[in-house]
Ligand binder design. Structure first.
Ligand code: BES
Ligand code: MN
Ligand code: ZN
Length: 511
């Protein structure tokens, strides 16, 4: 997909369609949208005063056959007072999905006046949204009926800072590609997306982005004492892999941020097998790992001044003849013993060793993302990911850096009570502590494997994939937490960490 930023007069832009923003309320149109409205004789004003209510991603197609742009697509941006730049990603995504399915390949975007002064963010979100809007779920269909073939995105820079728009658009392209890479990995069914295949995909992306990569096999895991991860993998014929990506962006610093992601390529539950209903969705149980690989790809391309490693434990969880059984005791890399109460609480088992290994690789800060608990979906639904951690500064910084991306994270507590609940009578820990506060006992379990290292855990069980499509996004994987990871890394590289430690609100890198 080609991106062009043009300063031509809006009316002279050649494209299959020109997309204009419409706010809800009395004065729905501004800037370029108003100019275009005048050019085509007032139809947009009529429609925005009538049937188009300006709700976010609401759409009306208007014909303008005697103009260079042929069609105008009015896309809602919601209430002007509640506008946030990330909404432009949804604006662009909705337009691409609507027009793309109807065969349009060249789309021009107008921006609202509110984008003035925020051009880098606007450029980034428009391109990110356009790219993520192109994905559909038909990769295995012989005759896909709705593929979107977007070739060209044009952004109208009339009255705006073109340089900043260009800078943002470049970032948006990298981020959008990364988000799509994570989503495609998650969409790929488990018979293809095995741990070995995930490692292969990681190698391809690492090569493209200039990252170092190391993949541990089971023999190497044994040498490191990763008995917890190996316990989960025992029930499957597919070999587990520990994927480690390395980005060195700051040779003057000893600090290393570790991004850790659950790469469970299929979660049947193991011997504590899951009910058949919706079990197929458990191919998405590697979304945290895919998010880490994709975020590392974006980081390699964006080159922020910071050192980051990506650590992805990849495994299947199946009830094969050698599978771990409820009651078994496993030993993790840090020597802690774990009584397996429920083989379906496998995410925390593979993460336990990945967290220990991250510390061994020199991590001075750790963030993990995992589709860890159904309880998190009960607590927050699909509206936000759960966030827990052991370091208030790091948590506040992550919340501030991730907020502008449009991904939502909600801080939940890790009281000592939950740690008490994960104690076992025969081992140091047990992997399940019953129904009460299921996400928080899971978080407390992970905490036992990070020691004193500042750490955040993101439970993305409710946000990594969606059961339905939306105007701006296909059904299935969302790409969470790629946007937040990238934004946080940029923010750390910018030194916003110190600002937030001093009590100031962290500003974020480009957005
Ligand atoms: N992968 C699941 C969590 C999950 C559930 C993700 C629904 C997305 C949607 C995880 O491995 C799991 O099975 N967790 C158990 C833990 C329990 C046995 C303590 C759960 O949530 O039921
Ligand atoms: Mn499970
Ligand atoms: Zn799982």
């Amino acid at each position: 997909m080609q991106v062009r930023i043009v300063t031509d007069a809006p009316g002279s832009v050649r494209a299959g369609a020109l997309v204009v923003p419409v706010f809800s309320g009395d004065s729905g149109l501004d800037g370029v949208a108003k100019t275009i409205d005048t050019e085509i004789g007032g139809a947009l004003a009529d429609i925005s005063a009538g049937e188009h209510k300006g709700k976010l991603a609401e759409i009306t197609l208007v014909h303008a056959r005697d103009k260079n742009f042929k069609r105008v697509l009015m896309v809602g941006l919601g209430e002007r007072a509640k506008f946030e730049p990330y909404m432009l990603a949804r604006y662009a995504g909705a337009a691409v999905r609507y027009l793309g399915k109807r065969g349009f390949t060249e789309i021009a975007f107008a921006l609202p006046e509110l984008a003035k002064g925020k051009e880098a963010a606007a450029g980034s979100f428009i391109v990110e949204g356009a790219l993520t809007g192109t994905i559909d779920t038909t990769m295995y269909q012989n005759e896909p009926d709705k593929t979107i073939k977007l070739q060209k995105v044009i952004i109208l820079a009339d009255g705006l800072d073109r340089k900043e728009l260009e800078k943002g658009a470049e970032r948006g392209e990298i981020l959008g590609e990364a988000v799509n890479a994570a989503r495609r990995m998650a969409l790929t069914p488990a018979n293809d997306m095995t741990p070995t295949h995930m490692a292969k995909r990681a190698k391809e992306l690492a090569k493209e982005a200039g990252l170092d990569i190391d993949v541990l096999d089971e023999d190497e895991m044994k040498k490191h004492g990763m008995g917890s991860l190996l316990g989960v993998s025992r029930g499957s014929d597919e070999e587990a892999k520990m994927i480690v990506l390395t980005y060195k962006g700051d040779s003057s610093s000893k600090d290393v941020l570790a991004l850790v992601g659950k790469g469970l390529t299929f979660d049947s539950g193991g011997i504590s097998i899951k009910p058949a209903e919706n079990m197929h969705e458990m191919k998405y149980d590697m979304s945290g790992g895919a998010g880490v690989i994709a975020a590392m790809y974006a980081i390699g391309k964006l080159k922020p001044k910071i050192n980051v490693i990506g650590v992805v434990p990849a495994s299947e969880n199946l009830p094969g003849p050698r599978a771990m059984k409820p009651g078994d005791v496993l030993k993790a890399m840090n020597g802690k013993t774990i009584e397996v109460i429920n083989t379906d609480a496998e995410g925390r088992l593979i993460l336990a060793d990945a967290l220990c290994y991250s510390a061994k690789l020199g991590a001075t800060k750790i963030i993990d993302a995992a589709t860890l608990t159904g309880a998190c979906v009960v607590a927050l639904g699909h509206a936000a990911s759960g966030l827990m951690g052991n370091d208030e500064n790091l948590i506040q910084h992550f919340l501030a850096a991730s907020k502008p991306t449009g991904e939502r994270y909600w801080h939940m507590p890790l009281f000592d009570d939950y740690a008490t609940a994960t104690k076992s009578e025969i081992a140091d820990l047990r992997n399940s502590a019953g129904r009460a506060a299921g996400s928080l006992t899971a978080g407390s379990f992970l905490k036992a494997f990070v020691g004193e290292t500042p750490w955040i855990h993101l439970d993305i069980a409710g946000t990594a994939y969606l059961e339905g499509e939306s105007a701006w996004q296909a059904k299935g994987p969302t790409g969470t937490p790629v946007r937040a990871f990238v934004s946080f890394v940029e923010s750390l590289a910018n030194g916003d960490e110190k600002a937030s430690a001093n009590g100031a609100v962290a500003k974020t890198a480009t957005i």
